[in-house]
Design a protein around this ligand. Structure first.
Ligand SMILES: [Zn+2]
Length: 79
């Protein structure tokens, strides 16, 4: 018996998302993410409302890249 009455697909944990990304990866690999990170960080610094669907999806599921992106944004923002 399940005690969770809400099968909400947005309820996925980063671990689930990461597993999904590894399986069918509709978005980016870590390598591709890394290649785009400079551009992404610059865009975010210029416009905090900037979104990149592919990057955002990867960063949600990949703590390592997320950390890297955040520190890069902070670095650029501090200049
Ligand atoms: Zn990654």
């Amino acid at each position: 018996m399940s005690t969770t009455p809400h099968p909400d697909p947005t309820d996925l944990t980063p671990r689930h998302v990461s597993a999904l990304l590894q399986d069918t990866t509709p978005w980016l690999s870590c390598e591709e993410c890394f290649e785009r990170m400079d551009t992404y960080a610059e865009a975010v610094v210029r416009d905090p409302a900037h979104t990149d669907e592919a990057m955002a999806a990867h960063l949600r599921g990949c703590a390592a890249c997320d950390e890297e992106a955040q520190s890069l944004v902070q670095l650029l923002a501090a200049q």
